[in-house]
Design a protein around this ligand. Structure first.
Ligand SMILES: *Cc1c(COP(=O)(O)O)cnc(C)c1O
Ligand SMILES: [Zn+2]
Length: 447
């Protein structure tokens, strides 16, 4: 096998570990690991040949390369045998040209990467396919791994449960009670996972699952496990493929545990090392103002980072006060000349509703990203002429409570006063009444 990858300390301590070793942190300093690739091997193929190879596989049927993650297998996870790959044809999500929204908010070239249009409805599928495939390979090699576990704000657990069910493995998910949506709770239940509903927040679940996985031979599937980052980094490659390898100016991405922004940046940096791209886009991380430790750190030039106790937010998947990947995220933002913006509950709810009025159906986290974009445009950080991509992280249908309560004006507890809410019109089955309602709606649209 000409291509090779291994775990190593993200902070640079000595030591390399196999991707099939059960190891989550650096044994020397306790910091995060990262997956490193044999770059010399990757560089032996010229950039044009890589592009042609990735494009030839994209959305085609040859197992497992039609998956947009496994279509980049050489630079993602070369050590997994094809037979052990657990894939659901992830990636390949559409780019939504947000022309109408862009013209309303003052961006000429606005796009939404619909990562929620995927098997379990969020970008978490991209990373989970890599992690579960590695576990499948370890089991095939005879390792005793009776279960795979994660703490989650709802989407990681849905992805883990689905991939484990597909591979016939036991998933165990640690969820903060009453802090995830109904659909997110239903997903792992339907897939047969052991669902632990715990009276704590995400950060509390994270501590517990880490202890369980350290003390027992249960495999940890959180994004502190850097295998997930490898799958998620393919967002960068796929975006470029969808733009015929042109580099955008800005990417706006919601951030919670900060694995995804780390992944996005890692993808671009490796493409640069492989000679496939010459310059880098800029990155804006969007946080909820109720869980914004990275934003607070950004205000201090990233000189210090302090964990917070995250407050309740409608953007429940990013209600994280103690993000595991903050060091990786800060390193990426420094290299990409990045910024961080935050959004209040009112701002995120209105931004999501405004975008919905132009044909989208935004989850609250995508609402945070749009709200941040609006503020960055207003401040002149992002310019009207820039090509901007908003990463939509989940499907809006996973968050129907958010939508229902917004349109019913029932989000007072979050300080939200809806301006774009829409209610069903109840009428008797009467022709004149129906016509009157239609004419009234047409008139109001003009006003
Ligand atoms: C996980 C998740 C995020 C945050 O990603 P991180 O890697 O934790 O920063 C944002 N939005 C949704 C919908 C998610 O599921
Ligand atoms: Zn170390």
């Amino acid at each position: 096998m000409p291509y090779h990858a291994w775990f190593q300390c993200f902070r640079g301590c000595e030591g390399r570990y196999a991707l099939t070793d059960v190891i989550y942190v650096c044994p020397t300093c306790g910091g995060l690991l990262e997956v490193a690739h044999d770059m010399d091997a990757l560089k032996t193929k010229p950039p044009e040949a890589w592009k042609a190879l990735f494009d030839s596989r994209y959305m085609h049927t040859e197992w497992p390369y039609g998956s947009s993650v496994w279509g980049k297998k050489e630079m993602v996870c070369p050590v997994v045998d094809e037979d052990n790959v657990v894939s659901m044809f992830e990636g390949g999500s559409n780019l939504f040209w947000a022309e109408r929204l862009g013209s309303q908010i003052g961006v000429d070239d606005l796009w939404v990467k619909q990562c929620g249009n995927s098997h379990t409805g969020s970008f978490k599928d991209l990373g989970m396919t890599v992690l579960v495939s590695i576990v499948n390979q370890m089991v095939a090699e005879g390792k005793n791994i009776p279960a795979v576990a994660c703490a989650s704000t709802g989407d990681t657990s849905a992805a883990l449960a689905a991939y484990c069910a597909s591979a016939g493995m036991q998933a165990v998910v640690f969820l903060p009670a009453n802090k995830i949506s109904e659909a997110q709770l239903l997903q792992p239940l339907a897939n047969g996972a052991l669902v632990l509903s715990l009276d704590t927040d995400f950060d509390g679940c994270m501590k517990l699952v880490q202890s369980v996985c350290t003390e027992e031979n249960i495999y940890l599937a959180n994004s502190m496990n850097s295998l997930r980052v490898e799958g998620q980094k393919t967002i960068s490659v796929e975006l470029l493929q969808q733009f015929d390898w042109e580099i955008p100016d800005w990417i706006v991405i919601p951030g919670g545990n900060l694995g995804n922004v780390s992944a996005l940046g890692k993808g671009f940096l490796e493409l640069q090392q492989m000679g496939i791209i010459e310059r880098l886009p800029r990155i804006a991380v969007a946080q909820s103002a109720n869980a914004d430790p990275l934003y607070q750190s950004f205000l201090k030039n990233f000189d210090a980072f302090e964990a917070q106790e995250a407050q309740p937010t409608l953007a429940s998947a990013i209600q994280i006060g103690d993000p595991i990947s903050f060091e990786k995220a800060i390193q990426i933002l420094r290299v990409f000349n990045g910024v961080v913006e935050h959004a209040t509950e009112q701002e995120l709810a209105e931004a999501a509703a405004l975008a919905d009025r132009t044909g989208l159906f935004c989850c609250p986290h995508t609402g945070v990203a749009f709200a941040a974009l609006l503020k960055l445009l207003k401040r002149g950080v992002i310019q009207k002429s820039d090509r901007v991509i908003v990463i939509s992280t989940a499907h809006g249908l996973k968050f129907t409570e958010f939508k229902v309560h917004y349109h019913q004006d029932q989000l007072q507890a979050f300080g939200v006063h809806p301006k774009h809410n829409n209610r069903p019109v109840s009428l008797p089955p009467d022709l004149d009444a129906v016509k009157a309602a239609i004419f009234e709606a047409i008139e109001n649209k003009g006003s």
